[in-house]
Structures are given as structure tokens and as C-alpha cells.
Design a protein. Structure first.
Length: 231
């Protein structure tokens, strides 16, 4: 079984969600499938056969934090997972490693499984080891809470060109060594599609994939979640 996560980002609509749910509910995947729609659409997934997750969560359960999403409320809305520290949050909303760590702790405290995104920026391309080490510095060794880590090099997101298989394998092995935990699930994200998904899992050693734009193409997403039935 592999982990397949769909991150819709700020896309989709009520009508699209209805169509997506209807069609994906007919697909019998043997994988762990998690769909993360915009928060405003979460309540539309009450009859979804697979798991749903949030694209972010705040590090407090309630309070005067206009526009933020409580991890406790996300749990009540049916989320089991929450993406933490996506590069778009780090870059566009100035989320620091400390904020990401606080969100990770809050997600766990209130019953969400964190999907922590890590990955070097274009500026850090020559020192990806240092960049990723810094992003993981606050996390404890031997995680026992099911945390998932997704390697997403910023230079590959939305470009249509994924990182090379050798590089993905090297980075995932590096991350596993830093975490010193063979049980932790390590994913790859960044221009994943129905053409390269199998190779990323088979040849790069990823435990799964985090999919952005392609997850909004229902037919392609069907292919990807069915692909795992034979993996």
C-alpha cells in the first residue's frame, strides 16, 4: 500500500467537488488515498469513501485568529490529516521553521496526522542538505505519531518537470537518516503526474506521492490511485 495525497490548493468548486466525489467513490484503490480540498469545501466530503485532509492548520485550537483554521475544528469536520509547512505557505505567508513545528505539535495534540512538507528553494539548490537539515532540526528522532514527510523541491512545483529519480532517492535516504526512523513515511511531490507516478514509487523508493495540479484532473487521478493496486 502506498500513500497518495491530492492537494487541490485554492482550486475547485462545489460542483467540481460533487463530480469528483461521485467519480472517485467508484474507484476501488488499495492505497491510502487522502484528498485535501480547500477548507470551504470540506463539508462536501461527508460521503467520501477515502480520507480527507486540511491544507493547513493553526497552532491554537481557538481564539482571535481571523482567517485561521483550528486543528480541533478540522478534526470535527472529518479531517484525519493536515498538510503542514507547504512551500507556498513558507514562501507566500512567511512561515518559519518554528511556526511549522508549532503547527505540527498542534496537529498531533488534536488528533490530526501531520503531512510535513520539506524541500530546498532555488536559492538553496547547491546546499539542499543544509536546507533540509534546517527544516528538520526541531523535529524529534524516532517519531511515533505517524507523521508523514513529503519532499517537494520548490523548483519542480508546477513546472511539469519532476526531480530526477536518482536525486529523489538520494534525498529520501538522507531524510530517513536524519530522522533515524525506518518506519517514517517519506513521499515525493513536485510535478507528479500519471506518467511518472509509478517510476517515482518503484525506482526512487518513495512511500507515496503528493499531487497538486494533476489531482484536479479526475481521469488522471483515477489512473494514479489505481496504479498502486499492482505496486
Amino acid at each position: 500500500m502506498k500513500i497518495i495525497i491530492a492537494n487541490w490548493k485554492m482550486n475547485g468548486s462545489v460542483n467540481f467537488a460533487r463530480k469528483f466525489i461521485r467519480e472517485i467513490n467508484q474507484v476501488d484503490s488499495q492505497n491510502l488515498v487522502i484528498v485535501c480540498p480547500p477548507a470551504a469545501l470540506l463539508d462536501r466530503f461527508s460521503n467520501f469513501r477515502y480520507y480527507i485532509g486540511a491544507q493547513d492548520c493553526f497552532y491554537r485550537k481557538k481564539g482571535s485568529f481571523t482567517g485561521e483554521h483550528s486543528p480541533l475544528l478540522l478534526k470535527e469536520m472529518g479531517c484525519k490529516y493536515a498538510i503542514i509547512g507547504h512551500s507556498e505557505r513558507r514562501t507566500n505567508f512567511n512561515e518559519t521553521d518554528n511556526i511549522v513545528f508549532k503547527k505540527w505539535k498542534a496537529a498531533i495534540r488534536y488528533g490530526l496526522v501531520p503531512i510535513v512538507c520539506i524541500g530546498e528553494s532555488l536559492h538553496d539548490e547547491g546546499n539542499w542538505q543544509g536546507a533540509i537539515s534546517q527544516q528538520l532540526k526541531l523535529f524529534p528522532k524516532k517519531l511515533s505519531n505517524g507523521t508523514i514527510f513529503a519532499y517537494e523541491p520548490i523548483g519542480c512545483i508546477g513546472t511539469g518537470v519532476a526531480m530526477s529519480l536518482d536525486r529523489i532517492r538520494t534525498v529520501l535516504e538522507f531524510v530517513r537518516g536524519l530522522l533515524n526512523d525506518e518506519r517514517v513515511s517519506l513521499l515525493y511531490g513536485g510535478s507528479v503526474n500519471s506518467q511518472n507516478a509509478r517510476q517515482i514509487i518503484d525506482k526512487a523508493g518513495a512511500d507515496g506521492i503528493l499531487i497538486g495540479k494533476t489531482s484536479l484532473n479526475i481521469q488522471d487521478f483515477k489512473k494514479i490511485i489505481l496504479l498502486g493496486n499492482s505496486l
